[in-house]
Design a protein around this ligand. Structure first.
Ligand SMILES: *Cc1c(COP(=O)(O)O)cnc(C)c1O
Length: 389
């Protein structure tokens, strides 16, 4: 059913920004490197159904999701039948048949899932496309060193029902130099697994290990494919990663990544308030002068946290307007006293750019970049997503 009414706000995805980011990222890897676009968490809040076809148009042909339901959404929304989908995490044994039928690739990181893959493939009469995940030090999922030889042999002996699409691992905390030795140890362990694999398989499948941070920091860990999440959307995994890239290439003094997501609304109403009045609930904001106020139909139900009461900003007519008073469930108030042109219906930017000004995702919570992941994925899926450009 098509929505009858417009929502109070919408998210706009900037196609040119995505193209820019992909060009930058592809410059950091060798020519033959494959890139998988990681779109778990509703494409980091960008909206899987809008983002995936846009990324396909920009040349991406491999997508990584966390779970079977996300793989389903990806399949439903891909425009190109040859676009590959890979599940990196949760898939129930009974969902394995569905994945095989639909040619969805999935991680195998334990004996039980390997058995499920073999059994289901036999039943379906179709090979399961699997990626063997190696435990190298993250200690979440993956085959332990003791089992590498045994597992590889079992996969090889079942090549009638298993198509080995990849061997992979995931590094713990590549976004921080503090984890340098841990990452190096993980990579050495991964290389040991690959050595074992080489002795067993005639030919190695696609090898992949790096997320955005490892990709941007450790070129020697690129292998055949990298799994890029946050960076494609225009965010650095951490400040350290950005500094690392800057040090390598001084010409990147302007941020080479551009944020793809812009979250916009509009002024719902304006009014004048006398000096000495409280605005909104409680007594958290007292007017120190006669003030002009605009209400914006965005609140904590939409992800604009109450912690931004009296401290957050939005953009109106290319200028910052500060939040005054408590952020409500569906509404917030901003001061527009010095914006005489501001009118009901004017565009309000909550995250993103307007006339050269930008409200960053980081300014939403603590000024910590790691929070980007969390703020983005918490953007409600009910906010409509559109493409610009
Ligand atoms: C989320 C994830 C990625 C992408 O991480 P980014 O830091 O967003 O690039 C890559 N690999 C795995 C296994 C993941 O879970």
């Amino acid at each position: 059913m098509k929505d009858k009414f417009l929502r109070p706000s919408y998210i706009e995805l900037d196609r040119k920004a995505l193209l820019n980011n992909l060009v930058f990222l592809k410059k950091q890897g060798k020519k033959s490197l494959k890139y998988s676009s990681v779109i778990k968490g509703n494409a980091y809040g960008h909206g899987i159904s809008t983002y995936l076809p846009m990324a396909e148009k920009c040349g991406m042909d491999h997508f990584s999701v966390f779970s079977a339901d996300e793989a389903y959404a990806a399949l439903e929304n891909r425009k190109n039948a040859s676009t590959d989908i890979m599940i990196m995490g949760m898939i129930r044994d009974e969902e394995v048949s569905w994945a095989i039928q639909n040619g969805v690739e999935f991680y195998v990181f334990e004996e039980e899932r390997l058995e499920a893959a073999i059994e289901s493939a036999k039943k379906e009469g179709k090979r399961a496309k699997i990626h063997l995940q190696i435990e190298t030090g993250m200690h979440r999922t993956g085959f332990e060193e003791d089992n590498w030889g045994k597992t590889f042999k079992r996969v090889k002996n079942h090549s009638d029902c298993l198509e080995l699409s990849g061997i992979c691992t995931h590094y713990a905390g590549a976004e921080s130099v503090a984890n340098y030795y841990r990452i190096q140890n993980q990579d050495q362990k991964f290389k040991r697994a690959l050595k074992v694999a080489k002795e067993i398989f005639d030919e190695l499948p696609i090898i992949h290990a790096s997320s955005s941070a490892a990709f941007l920091t450790y070129p020697e860990m690129h292998y055949d494919m990298v799994r890029i999440g946050i960076a494609q959307f225009g965010f650095w995994p951490s400040r350290e990663t950005y500094m690392h890239i800057l040090k390598q290439n001084q010409s990147y003094s302007i941020d080479p990544l551009i944020r793809v997501l812009n979250w916009k609304s509009e002024i719902m109403s304006t009014k004048w308030v006398d000096e000495g009045e409280f605005i909104g609930y409680g007594n958290v904001f007292l007017t120190s002068r006669k003030m002009r106020i605009a209400t914006v139909p965005i609140g904590y139900t939409h992800g604009f946290g109450r912690n931004l009461t009296n401290t957050g900003y939005v953009l109106i007519n290319g200028e910052r307007a500060r939040v005054v008073g408590i952020v409500n469930m569906n509404m917030l108030t901003v001061e527009i006293t010095d914006m005489p042109d501001a009118r009901k219906g004017d565009e309000v930017v909550i995250i993103g750019k307007q006339n050269g000004q930008e409200i960053t995702v980081a300014s939403f919570g603590e000024m910590s970049n790691n929070l980007n992941y969390e703020v983005l994925t918490r953007l409600p899926s009910g906010i409509p997503r559109n493409i610009n450009g």
